[in-house]
Design a protein around this ligand. Structure first.
Ligand code: ADP
Ligand code: MG
Length: 617
């Protein structure tokens, strides 16, 4: 996911440059590979020549430490007097290159602006920022001095260079537009208002920021003026500068407290191609970076004092946030300037900053804070992406043309003019062929419809339909089967359940009967024990183990009929015994009989009679 292609896509998606009707689509692979350049913001320093009455500060430039140069600033003894001993007196800052007082505008342009202009011509975004205190040479560097032609600054030189290059390159069609925006007190003004009526900044059209759902910034009311050549572009620059000067006059501080952004928009396209490259170059003259609490040299000199301009404070916050690792939120939205320059700071842009320094003795502290700011900016990494877009309208025209060409080529090869649809006869013929092929049992049989994609596609669709049909009918049958199986399974289950219940019922019954049996058996055993104890001497009863009911019921001298009946009833009251013996008297019955006899009221009399009869016998 971190490959160059995805990075390009991600950067393209995040690009604020997505105009209505245009789709940001970088060309990948194939003819051209969308390129991305990742590099830190280049930071240069330019030292302004001293004025007549200015007293020089002590500084030195060391160019030997390649590839960077370093600037050493020494705090004069008399200024450092107020410091505690361990305070530093010498400061060293590194820059890409340092332009000393005598450096001319052409040299500055060649080293700083030309490489950026080349990138913009190649389709990348570019920004050149001038940062420094008021009077340090920002406007002189960006726009230039009015006195001599050679004092032309970066903007006119860049315009001249760009149009020169565009004229040389006949392989592409270029379109150039310029816009000129002034931001004062969080309000944007269109400096290219052609009415020449503005006498104050407020009379100029107000520019506002609009953010679309993709968080892309759009500037409403900022006019984009087309410039087809250098002269037209320069006229627009003069118009903007005139508006800027007129507007500043009644309000002197506007010149030092406003930001001016001159933007060159370039779009290029190869003839016949649907791909458009769009890039823009911001040339930014920032507000004076001076801070409050400048006096009170001692304690305040090297501490970070507050900016007079609040939006520069927000710019610094953005830069601090960008320099911090793993920082997800960058407070671009805090000011209009940081919103407009969002891409130039940590985004899709090749950015360069020029720190302008006025290194006279009085401005040492401001120069040091300018250098410190520059060091932080130098840490920011930008990812410039080639801004290629595809114009859908052009793409359609191009594709239609290609289709026609291919059709013609095909007709030439086959000798037949083809339509996109197959005829009825052709379809019927194909159906027959497919049927024959499917029915052929020979595993090596083939379906030959010729080199016609329409027919091949039709065959595949037809076979797919057949397959689907077979599948659905199979599914149906399967589902029927399973429903029947389910029914029988259900029946069996219910029967099993019933049988189980029945089994349980029977088990319960058996248990009850077994318990009853056990109880009766115990009763009988108890009775036997009692009997044995009671009639230990009765030999008659001991011997008559097989006495049965019939015998007992038969008339005898010892038993009355009534007694016999009573006995029979008592025996019947013992279901276990009667069932077991089937009417015959068992041991248990005998025991019971014995108990009955013992308990009978006449038992003693009978025993006496027995004894008496025995004696008499
Ligand atoms: P700023 O825009 O930073 O407030 P200016 O660009 O207006 O400062 O410069 C202040 C004055 O210094 C102007 O008169 C300008 O012509 C002069 N100046 C600045 N830089 C240079 C330079 N490198 N060479 C000659 N004159 C300069
Ligand atoms: Mg200025």
């Amino acid at each position: 996911a971190t490959g160059p292609v995805s990075q390009v896509l991600a950067a393209a998606a995040a690009s604020p440059r997505r105009w209505a009707g245009w789709v940001a689509l970088p060309l990948l692979g194939g003819r051209r590979q969308a390129a991305m350049v990742k590099e830190t913001i280049r930071v240069y320093a330019r030292v302004k020549p001293l004025g007549r009455r200015q007293q020089a500060g002590i500084y030195s430039i060391d160019e030997d430490e390649k590839p960077l140069s370093s600037l050493e600033i020494t705090v004069p003894r008399d200024l450092a007097d107020g410091f505690i001993n361990n305070k530093r007196e010498m400061y060293k800052f590194k820059f890409q290159k340092i332009f000393d007082q005598e450096a001319k505008q052409d040299v500055v342009f060649e080293s700083i602006a030309k490489p950026v202009a080349d990138c913009v011509l190649a389709g990348y975004n570019g920004t050149i920022l001038a940062y420094g205190q008021t009077g340090s040479g920002k406007t002189f560097t960006i726009t230039g001095g009015a006195e001599r032609y050679s004092d032309r600054g970066i903007i006119p030189r860049t315009l001249s260079y760009i149009f020169d290059q565009l004229q040389k390159d006949s392989s592409k069609v270029y379109t150039t537009h310029v816009s000129y925006l002034e931001i004062y007190n969080e309000c944007g003004y269109d400096l290219l208002d052609p009415r020449h009526e503005a006498s104050r900044l407020e009379d100029l059209p107000k520019v506002t920021i609009m953010e679309d759902p993709d968080q892309n910034i759009h500037l409403k009311n900022l006019s984009l003026q087309q410039a087809t050549n250098e002269e037209e572009a320069l006229n627009l620059l003069f118009l903007g500068d005139t508006n800027r000067m007129i507007a500043e006059t009644p309000m002197n501080e506007a010149s030092t407290r406003s930001h001016c952004i001159f933007t060159i928009h370039i779009s290029s396209k190869e003839p016949g191609s649907a791909t458009v490259r769009r890039s823009k170059l911001h040339l930014v003259d920032l507000a004076g970076s001076e801070r409050v609490a400048k006096t009170g040299v001692g304690g305040h000199l090297l501490t970070e004092a507050k900016y007079i301009n609040l939006s520069l404070h927000y710019l610094e916050q953005v830069i601090i946030a960008l320099a911090e690792k793993n920082r997800s939120h960058i407070p671009y939205r805090n000011s209009m300037m940081t919103s407009v320059l969002r891409d130039s700071l940590g985004g899709n842009c090749m950015t360069t900053m020029i720190a302008t320094l006025s290194l006279d003795k009085r401005n040492i502290d401001e120069s040091i804070s300018t250098c410190r700011f520059a060091q932080r900016v130098a840490l920011i990494k930008n990812e410039a992406v080639l801004n290629e877009e595809i114009d859908p309208r052009l793409m359609i025209v191009q594709l239609q043309k290609e289709v026609q060409e291919l059709k013609d080529e095909l007709a030439l090869v086959t000798g037949k003019q083809r339509t996109s649809q197959l005829s009825r006869e052709e379809l019927l013929q194909l159906d027959e062929l497919i049927e024959m092929f499917l029915e052929d049992t020979d595993p090596e049989s083939t379906l030959d419809v010729g080199a016609d994609m329409r027919k091949i596609k039709y065959c595949f669709i037809h076979v797919k339909q057949l397959m689907n049909h077979v599948k659905t009918s199979q599914n149906k049958m399967q589902s029927q089967h399973t429903s029947e199986e389910k029914d029988t399974n259900k029946d069996l289950g219910e029967e099993l359940k019933k049988l189980k219940e029945l089994l349980q019922q029977r088990d319960n019954e058996i248990n009850i009967l077994v318990n009853m049996l056990k109880k009766e058996k115990k009763k009988a055993q108890d009775a036997l024990l009692q009997l044995n104890a009671a009639s230990a001497g009765s030999k008659v009863l001991e011997q008559s183990t097989s006495l049965n009911l019939e015998e007992s019921q038969s008339p005898s001298s010892c038993f009355s009929l009534k007694e016999a009946k009573e006995f029979s009833c008592s025996v019947h009251r013992l279901p276990f015994l009667s069932r077991q013996t089937g009417g015959k008297m068992s041991l248990g019955c005998q025991e019971a009989f014995e108990i009955f006899k013992q308990e009978h009221v006449d038992s003693i009399t009978i025993e006496d009679n027995k004894q008496l009869l025995k004696q008499r016998y």
